[in-house]
Ligand binder design. Sequence first.
Ligand SMILES: [Fe+2]
Ligand SMILES: [Fe+2]
Length: 204
Amino acid sequence: MEKELTIDVKNILGLQLPTDPRWVNLAEMQLDEILTDHAYCEQKAATTCITLITKNSEKEFLVQELSPIVTEEWGHFRMVLAELNKRELKLGRQRKDVYVNKLLQFQKKDGSPDERFLDQMLIMALIEARSCERFKRLSEGLDDAYMRTFYRKFMESEAGHYTLFINLAEYYLEKKIVRKRWAEWLKYEKELMKSEEVRGDRIH
Ligand SMILES: [Fe+2]
Ligand SMILES: [Fe+2]
């Protein structure tokens, strides 16, 4: 299992730019901020899955597959919240999500319903993939062994979610079209990552 995951994560799954190695050191110094930002990432993942279910209710397979993910993402939110509580920290306000907002700009606004659906699946896949990569960094680079284990659990889940969203896209659309658009997303994300300053108070 562990070996498989390593390969999976290594490919993640085509991410074109690895996270700047300085990020984990910065994050370590601001772990309180990371925890709050992470909690909201999980909340948004759960909320978005609910929205995807309601907006694609005719897609039975999608409804079937995403329903348990809502529970899982909300479970993640609760795990992060418990960690905040343990540290006597408050959840606090949601941070501005520059990464996701910039990704949203790349979605085809006036595309066909299929094109819009494809972008919705791929943006989710991308966020899961990058989150997975960041959790991997934390699970390997933090000094605190407890926190390394804590993030490893998230890394494993998000790797599975990444795959699920790609699979959903390929279930409903032609694989060739999915792969082509995925390559465009990866390229866009690489440029986005390059243009962003490295900051340790955000997951992305
Ligand atoms: Fe999650
Ligand atoms: Fe996820």
